[in-house]
Design a protein around this ligand. Structure first.
Ligand SMILES: NC(=O)c1ccc[n+]([C@@H]2O[C@H](COP(=O)([O-])OP(=O)(O)OC[C@H]3O[C@@H](n4cnc5c(N)ncnc54)[C@H](OP(=O)(O)O)[C@@H]3O)[C@@H](O)[C@H]2O)c1
Length: 426
């Protein structure tokens, strides 16, 4: 539950300060996007006598947790009696690193303000219990909505065992994804493309269908012009070196046909892009798989969907999660996107609408099997914004909306800074 404002006077200004510190913790946490998976994104701030005395962030999987990084970097004695502001419940179990809750107690903190509980069954309240048992004051729920949004892939994975798939669509006002000849570059303007470049730099993997690979030959690299966290990254050299992160590039191709097709710069293994993966079906010829693997491209052999409908997409979403890839952005095309919606696998939709009409038949969404209005697929629109000349609509599937507590549209002031609650886009 979202912690409410503390009223007027001193309590209110203390609450406003804590909100500001939690926003900083969330921005710190965002530095770990694309690098911490399958761990959550976590940032922490230590405050004493109204001043920030230390900061910490979990920067990559296997590295120190945010609390441990904060404690290690804090000036001696500065944490005694301090408050820890953190976007996720501290862990209480030993994983790749020692448990954080006992370390927080030993460091001398008096109070912990968290945004959300960690649903991981190995934590799930036991971190808070450990802190309380040691006499610390613990509160949870500050900016919970923004914290859930930031860690949506982690929360989704804990709840479903699958990767969170986000469908990104660039569409004309009449819902078309491409012109009659297949051309789709560019439907949206440069502001929208910059936004997409940032999403690429912050997600774990990109997913496309074989049709898009052949038509567009995309490089699927993250090439943002601006870093929304530049100032913060400048202060943290370890984070600066990691920008921009390059996501894993996954192509769904049931028979591994791309092994034999001319795909230009696509499927070229280079240090400037993430690894390529071809997700194929059980009947993909072994010779094609070998040919791809010899070029340094991984192949995931997955079960096939019934009726020759290609790769089993549920198996694909589970395989992504098993590989530690929880935040997967689907960049088309219509055949794959429609199949993912039909299978109930799309958790989030980010739909750009450009002020153009293309006509014709290439709608971004094909047959969903909906024959009557009562059978419609309902989505919760959580936000819409202007991005340069285009409109961006954010929507969630019913399951994702419930999980993220987003059945109602978000209030702009609770959104993460730098993620577009401003008008005019990037
Ligand atoms: N405006 C935009 O945002 C945007 C984004 C991307 C693409 N596009 C446009 O979209 C067009 C390409 O889209 P497309 O619909 O032709 O191709 P697509 O969706 O990219 O790829 C579809 C292919 O994926 C493979 N696949 C494997 N398993 C599947 C499954 N279970 N369900 C669905 N597909 C599966 C199938 O090939 P196999 O049977 O060989 O396995 C299928 O033909 C291009 O014109 C491109 O420019 C536009």
């Amino acid at each position: 539950m979202e912690r409410g404002a503390g009223g007027s006077g001193q309590g209110g200004s203390q609450f406003a300060l804590e909100q500001r510190w939690m926003r900083l913790a969330l921005r710190l946490a965002r530095l770990g996007c694309g690098r911490t998976h399958p761990n959550p994104r976590v940032g922490a701030v230590a405050v004493r006598d109204g001043e920030i005395v230390a900061r910490g962030v979990h920067l990559h999987f296997g590295g120190p947790h945010a609390e441990a990084a904060l404690i290690a970097g804090a000036p001696a004695g500065s944490l005694t009696g301090a408050t820890l502001i953190i976007n996720l419940e501290p862990c209480s179990h030993k994983g790749k690193t020692p448990p954080c809750a006992p370390a927080i107690v030993r460091a001398g903190f008096r109070r912990v303000v968290a945004a959300i509980e960690d649903p991981n069954p190995q934590v799930a309240g036991s971190g808070f219990a450990c802190l309380r048992a040691a006499g610390l004051q613990v509160e949870s729920g500050l900016l919970a909505r923004a914290a859930r949004t930031l860690n949506a892939p982690f929360l989704w994975h804990q709840a479903t065992g699958r990767a969170l798939l986000t469908a990104k669509i660039a569409s004309s006002l009449d819902g078309r994804l491409a012109a009659g000849d297949g051309s789709s570059r560019w439907i949206t303007g440069p502001h929208a493309r910059e936004r997409v470049a940032r999403w690429r730099a912050e997600c774990d993997a990109l997913l496309i269908g074989r049709g898009t690979l052949l038509t567009d030959r995309p490089r699927l690299t993250a090439r943002p012009r601006r870093d929304p966290l530049r100032a913060l990254r400048r202060e943290l050299p370890q984070a600066a070196a990691a920008w921009p992160h390059q996501p894993v590039r996954i192509v769904v191709d049931s028979r591994c046909r791309v092994a034999a097709e001319g795909v230009g710069d696509s499927l070229t293994v280079s240090p400037t892009g993430g690894p390529w993966v071809v997700a194929c079906g059980a009947r993909a010829p072994q010779a094609r798989i070998r040919a791809l693997e010899e070029r340094g491209i991984r192949c995931w052999r997955l079960p096939e969907a019934g009726g020759g409908a290609g790769v089993d997409l549920h198996a694909l979403a589970r395989r992504c999660a098993a590989e530690g890839l929880l935040d997967v952005v689907v960049e088309g095309g219509a055949t794959l996107t429609t199949a993912l919606f039909r299978a109930g696998l799309v958790g989030r939709l980010r739909l750009f609408l450009a002020g153009i009409l293309l006509g014709g038949a290439r709608s971004w969404c094909g047959d969903l099997g909906v024959t009557t209005l009562t059978g419609r697929l309902g989505l919760t629109i959580t936000r819409q914004e202007r991005v340069g000349p285009d409109i961006l609509i954010h929507a969630l599937s019913p399951q994702a909306a419930r999980l993220l507590g987003e059945e109602e549209p978000a209030l702009p002031e609770l959104e993460l800074r730098g993620e577009g609650s401003r008008r005019g886009g990037t």
